[in-house]
Write a protein that binds this ligand. Structure first.
Ligand code: DMJ
Length: 456
């Protein structure tokens, strides 16, 4: 089914928005988010590896030809360093590792070089926004005290290590190792990492902590950096398990109805709200269970299973059986959105992502059943003639479509669904880690790296 879904999403993108960033499936035209400046083709680059994995050979070939002829980074545009890294650099790296086609390697390195000026700050903590022509960076005007964002500068590590590996140029890895160093030197309130860090002073901004938006993939990349290094990156490992310990103590709570959730922490006070984005953490805890210190493996799997259950409840308690952007555990509700502006679903992957990890790591059939419920809901409410659209209110009887087919629907949501219903030997976890946009990157095995070093 996910293959049919991919075909529908892709064919319509091709028909109505080819070469543009995303598709508007209702108005049947292109959609450009300013996150990518005027770099074009986000859906193509994000979808490359999904097309490859699903063996959609014709489509992969067309996509590759577009990249060869049209993907252009010589534009005068301000881009989000994080978004361009996870979607474009990540997408190109995966396409290269899967297909072996040189064009993807070349483009990934070329784009990586364009991102380097973002690190020209007093601390080396990169800017959020960068003009890739002038090399001038700045931060989001809304970010506390001119800060950079934890989930943005903390989600470059996997891609930059691979850029150094593939280019032979150590500069990329040096930049992200320096981010680690800065973080390690800082005092952390209660062992937690605030979402805001000022790149000039090297001081934390507001003490807000989240495992959802603004924090999420920073934690994910600590664990995955360790896994991707064939478990040699001891520093990443320690930072990850220490952080999880602090998260358990200060953010994870159980509702009176017995649902485990991850709250947001604001200077010591808890906001009992969990974002759809936070639901990825179920998969993360399970993926990290194996290396957990002091016999905590079973506990981390259990934590993953509980988060998966809570997130499934957030879907099940809506009219459309699709989860809201954020749900609360206060004012008499559990796992339900109470504010109108938190009731939307924009084709996000995190809940299905967690089902996929839980399935692979436990083989409990309920995860496939829950994944199937999501497929049915997507087909019923999000599928339209012109592709797939997000929904404004998942509690409503009638769909009000937001008219955007997000590129991560093709790179993540459909890929994780496909993997959920595939055998475990398709992209096995011993050999691949997924970047935060679901782009698989190979584990850098000790023996291979040693061999390469010797050949140099
Ligand atoms: C994706 O771009 C990535 O998964 C990112 O980590 C968070 N937001 C979207 C999907 O929801």
């Amino acid at each position: 089914v996910s293959l049919q879904m991919m075909k529908h999403a892709w064919d319509n993108y091709k028909r109505y928005a080819w070469g543009l960033n995303e598709l508007k499936p209702i108005s049947k035209q292109g959609h450009s988010s300013n996150l990518f400046g005027n770099i074009q083709g986000a859906t193509i680059v994000d979808a490359l590896d999904t097309l490859y994995i699903m063996e959609m050979k014709e489509e992969f070939k067309e996509a590759k030809e577009w990249v060869e002829k049209n993907l252009d980074f010589n534009v005068n545009a301000e881009i989000s360093v994080f978004e361009v890294n996870i979607r474009f650099v990540g997408g190109l790296l995966s396409a290269y590792y899967l297909s072996g086609e040189e064009v993807f390697r070349k483009k990934a390195v070329e784009l990586g070089e364009k991102l380097l000026p973002a690190f020209n700050t007093p601390t080396g903590i990169p800017w959020a926004l960068l003009n890739i022509k002038s090399g001038i960076g700045r931060n989001w005007p809304w970010a506390s005290g001119g800060s950079s964002i934890l989930a943005e500068f903390g989600t470059l590590h996997l891609e930059f290590v691979h850029l150094s590996h593939l280019s032979g140029n150590p500069v990329f890895a040096e930049k992200v190792m320096n981010i680690r160093k800065v973080l390690n030197r800082l005092d952390k309130p209660e062992g937690l990492y605030p979402n805001y860090l000022n790149p000039s002073s090297g001081q934390w901004g507001q003490h807000h902590v989240s495992i959802g938006g603004l924090g999420d993939s920073f934690y994910e990349y600590l664990l995955k950096a360790w896994l991707m290094s064939d478990k040699r990156d001891e520093d990443g490992k320690k930072m990850y398990y220490d952080a999880v310990q602090a998260i358990e103590t200060h953010l994870i709570r159980k509702s009176s109805g017995g649902l485990t959730y991850i709250a947001e922490w604001k200077g010591g006070l808890l906001e009992h709200k969990m974002g759809h984005l936070t639901c990825f953490a179920g998969g993360m805890f399970a993926l990290g269970a194996d290396g957990a210190p002091s016999d905590k493996t079973g506990h981390h799997i259990e934590l993953g299973a509980e988060i998966a259950r809570t997130c499934h409840e957030s879907y099940d308690r809506t009219r459309m059986k699709l989860g809201p952007e954020a749900f609360r555990f206060d004012g008499g509700v559990e796992a339900i959105a109470t504010r109108q502006n938190e009731k939307y679903y924009i084709l996000r992957p995190e809940v299905i992502e967690t089902y996929m990890y839980m399935w692979r790591l436990t083989h409990d059939p309920k995860y496939r059943e829950w994944g199937w419920e999501a497929v049915e809901a997507l087909e019923k409410h999000c599928r339209v003639d012109g592709g797939y659209s997000g929904i404004r209110d998942v509690y409503n009887n009638h769909e009000s479509h937001d008219d955007v087919q997000q590129s991560f629907f093709l790179s993540e949501t459909l890929k994780y669904l496909y993997l959920l219903f595939s055998e475990d030997d398709l992209l096995p976890f011993e050999h691949w880690v997924f970047n935060t946009e679901a782009h698989p990157l190979p584990v850098l095995h000790k023996d291979d790296v040693n061999k390469e070093e010797n050949q140099k």
